[in-house]
Structures are given as structure tokens and as C-alpha cells.
Design a protein. Structure first.
Length: 317
């Protein structure tokens, strides 16, 4: 495993410090990580973040650094966990991390999201869906989607791919937007939901799919039937939108979370109704979040740190 360079390690980790208005009583803890990027994920007891082209692993229980894996370039800007495997995506390709050995397998296509269906791995890039070898990371080529009513190809647009059973849900655009369940075996759409826009957040929580943007607009879909559900709730989001990143996240216990980055608030929502179950006002401006069974890990890329917050610290609605 290649280690991060000395200048990076010098500013990478300053240990855990308490933060907040009263450092002695604040439930927030902070891990100092210089130049940390937004994406953060949890996988098999570890939390992974990106610092440039280095993937950093933390022990989710002790908060201690376990390892670093040098990705060797590629402009890394996204990280996902698919079928227990950590994948890093960038503007120049995708990398599969062997977290046991620190080795990296990659190809040079720039995917924006990944999804595993029946042991097969798919990703979308430049408006098309592709298949990827889940072991070697080899690009296996473009996957043909059904043609639209005019006999033309649909364009896959920038929303995360969602796996439900033997289908992968993709958002496609033609004259409008459609959120569609694609069956890779039959190469047909099993069901389709019409949308007014493309959403940056798409999460599967229990038996429903939530799609949302930073402005509080959302759509809820029954994952089994594809029926658009009538959920009437006003999502708590700030008026000033500072970035276009996703706002919804899912915990390992099928808990639903909303991160309001401009207002520095995190909320736990009822996955069926969207009602606020609890909230917490953060001391630093967050950019993304990973959820464990007991804690929230939030990257603060504007402040070179990670906030670790006990889930028990949320205040009831």
C-alpha cells in the first residue's frame, strides 16, 4: 500500500478535539483533516474520506486513522460503497479499492454514480449507462436502454442510481424527465415515474425512494410498485443554497436524514411521512454525511475537518 506523502500527513490529522460554544459540554467532536473533500462513506466498520487523490480510512468506533490509499491521480471527487466494496470516482476514471491490501484497480471512464444489480455493476457517464467488471474495474461497455417514443436514445442525467431488487432506477431525459426502473436482464423499463426536474439526491430507505433537491422540492416513490406517493410535508431547508450537492442520506437502520448545509442543521426524518423526528445545529458548515449505528460523520470541507456527532445528541422535534 502506498502511503500519503509527508506534507499531507503533517496536516492530515490533529486528533479529536471537542468543539462548540462550550468545548467542555459540546457533544460534537472534530477530526482535523486538511483539504478534506466533501464525500464520505461508511463500509464494514470504517469511514472513508478523500484528501486530494488519497483515500483515508478511519475506525468508525475509535475515530482513529487506520490507513491511506494513494489513488495515483484522477481528480477524485466522489466515493461510493457497492456490495461492500469502496469505489472512488473522478474526472479521469474510477478506482476499486482493495481495502485489505491497499491495491487499486481502475479504468479511465468518468462515472458519476454506481449501482450493483444481481452481482453486476453499472455506472453512468456522459449521458449513458455502462457496465463495469466488479472485480477488475474493467469497463465492459455501454448498456442499451429502451428507445423513447421517437425512436431516439434517452439521456441518463445526474441523479444517483438506485438498486431495487433486480432493477436499477435511473433518471432519463428526453422532452421531460422520467425516473425509471431498468431491468438489465430484459433491457426494458419495468416502470416509470414522470418528474418535473432532475434531483441531486436519490435514496432508498425501507420500501420507498426519496428524491430531493437543495430547495426542498421532493418526490417519494413506492420502490415495489413504482407508484408516486402523496406525501405532504415541507422539508426544512435554508433559503440560501450554497452548493448543488445531495441533501438526503440513509443510515444502516433505514433511517432517513436531511443535511441543510447553508443553515448548518441536520435532521432525522420519518421515512414514510418526512416529518422531523429530531435535529441538531452544527458548529461548522457541513458538506456531506455518513451514518453509523450510533454516530453521524460530517465532512466540513470549508473548515478542514470532520465532525463526529452522537445520534443521541439530536433534539426531539
Amino acid at each position: 500500500m502506498r502511503r500519503a506523502s509527508g506534507w499531507l500527513l503533517a496536516g492530515l490529522l490533529g486528533g479529536l478535539i471537542a468543539c462548540g460554544d462550550d468545548a467542555s459540554t459540546s457533544p460534537e467532536q472534530r477530526v482535523r483533516v486538511a483539504d478534506v473533500s466533501s464525500p464520505i462513506v461508511e463500509a464494514d466498520g470504517s469511514v472513508w474520506v478523500l484528501v486530494g487523490d488519497v483515500a483515508i480510512e478511519f475506525d468508525a468506533a475509535t475515530h482513529e486513522r487506520r490507513s491511506e490509499i494513494d489513488l495515483g491521480g484522477g481528480g477524485s471527487n466522489a466515493i461510493e460503497v457497492e456490495d461492500g466494496v469502496v469505489w472512488v470516482m473522478g474526472m479521469f476514471g474510477v478506482a476499486r479499492l482493495d481495502t485489505a491490501t491497499g491495491s487499486v484497480a481502475s479504468n479511465d471512464r468518468a462515472y458519476r454514480s454506481l449501482a450493483t444489480v444481481g452481482g453486476r455493476l453499472f455506472g453512468f457517464s456522459d449521458g449513458d449507462l455502462y457496465e463495469i467488471d466488479p472485480v477488475t474495474a474493467e469497463d465492459l461497455g455501454q448498456v442499451a436502454l429502451p428507445l423513447n417514443s421517437n425512436g431516439s436514445e434517452y439521456e441518463v442525467v445526474g441523479v444517483p442510481l438506485i438498486t431495487v431488487g433486480n432493477t436499477v432506477w435511473v433518471t432519463v431525459a428526453d422532452s421531460d424527465f422520467s425516473f425509471s426502473a431498468f431491468d438489465p436482464q430484459t433491457r426494458e423499463f419495468a416502470t416509470t415515474v414522470r418528474l418535473d426536474e432532475s434531483y441531486e439526491s436519490a435514496v432508498l430507505v425501507g420500501d420507498v425512494i426519496w428524491l430531493a433537491d437543495r430547495y426542498g422540492e421532493y418526490v417519494v416513490v413506492d420502490a415495489a410498485t413504482g407508484e408516486r406517493l402523496d406525501v405532504a410535508v415541507e422539508l426544512p431547508v435554508g433559503e440560501t443554497i450554497l452548493d448543488a450537492a445531495g441533501s438526503l442520506f440513509v443510515g444502516p437502520d433505514d433511517s432517513l436524514w436531511l443535511l441543510d448545509q447553508p443553515s448548518q442543521d441536520v435532521y432525522q426524518l420519518d421515512p414514510q411521512t418526512g416529518a422531523v423526528l429530531g435535529s441538531f445545529h452544527l458548529q461548522l458548515r457541513p458538506t456531506a454525511m455518513a451514518i453509523t449505528a450510533t454516530e453521524l460523520w460530517l465532512t466540513n470541507s470549508y473548515d478542514d475537518s470532520i465532525t463526529v456527532l452522537p445520534r443521541s445528541a439530536l433534539r426531539p422535534a
